[in-house]
Design a protein around this ligand. Sequence first.
Ligand SMILES: Nc1ncnc2c1ncn2[C@@H]1O[C@H](COP(=O)(O)OP(=O)(O)O)[C@@H](O)[C@H]1O
Ligand SMILES: N[C@@H](CCOP(=O)(O)O)C(=O)O
Length: 341
Amino acid sequence: MTGVTLGDGRFDGGLDGGTAPRRDGEPTPVAAGQRVRVSVPATVGNVGPGFDSIGLALDLRDELTVDTDAGPALSVEVAGEGAGQVPRDESHLVVRTIRRTLERAGYRAPALHLDAVNVIPHGRGLGSSAAAIVSGVLAANALLPAAARSDEEDLFQWCSRLEGHPDNVAPALFGSLVVSWEHDDGTFGHAVVPVAPAVSPVMAIPTTELSTEVSRGLLPPSVSHAQAAANTGRAALLVHAMTSAPGFLLPATRDYLHQDVRAEAMPASADLLRTLRAQGYATVVSGAGPSVLTLAVDPAQRDAVVHAVREHTSRTGDADRWTVRTPAVGREGARIEEHRD
Ligand SMILES: Nc1ncnc2c1ncn2[C@@H]1O[C@H](COP(=O)(O)OP(=O)(O)O)[C@@H](O)[C@H]1O
Ligand SMILES: N[C@@H](CCOP(=O)(O)O)C(=O)O
């Protein structure tokens, strides 16, 4: 076991680090004239007590098209979320991911042209960075000659190392609810579990961003045995509630590891969470925050939750700072929508 990484893989040894297998010699250029289009869902890491180990895909998908040609150029077009904010040069997260993934296989890109249409908001706890990493890894893998491509399992290992924790990349790749874990040798495992059809997500998204790196920085290095024991029961119950017994969702979504210590960085989210849970709704912080997810037990309760969120944010004078969305559970993971070579 390599231990829990409380930083973020992108910043401590993942994308910028040298942990990937390398081949000797000059990298081979991938074929020019290819087009790959991929789509990847948003994801909710943790889902309350499943810190770094349970994640849920949502039916909100970013789409990325990558074209290669023979020249040396790089171009990046971004529409939707992140437009005008993310860099459009070599430091763009998807560009770095594509280059790193090709390099790992012993290849390099000639010219790269990216066209990103993003619907997953950035820095809100909906797994935008995991989606960016998964889309870059899948696109790069498709650009390789067939014999050099990795299988799905290897791609999961690689995406988890780049992201630093597997709970977002696993549902981004496989869809549904996914339990993921780290083996003693540092590799990752995953098990996809079905979600009961009645479970209906409500996502309250604030205008304010909170980077996952900053939010992870608030976590203590250790927790008490009592907290760990309490959390274990809830995480186990969460899998049962999500798959076949939504009536248990309220107790199953109680977390003891991360939400309270992060509350200072997202007071409005903590306040909304408290209000909704006091009304009997299964509400959690989405990922590292600051969005707030409620898992309604059926569509009728979902409508009541939307109303309760609006009532709360109106009462606090915050209505214009929150967007409420009701995406379905993402039954499908990342997809290659088109590959032309
Ligand atoms: N589609 C994307 N293209 C480029 N950069 C992205 C993309 N998605 C995320 N990022 C980068 O990741 C950051 C957000 O990552 P993070 O703090 O982990 O939040 P979250 O993953 O919860 O949205 C963005 O500010 C941006 O720098
Ligand atoms: N387990 C992670 C989840 C981070 O998800 P994100 O969508 O906020 O990047 C954590 O809690 O840090």
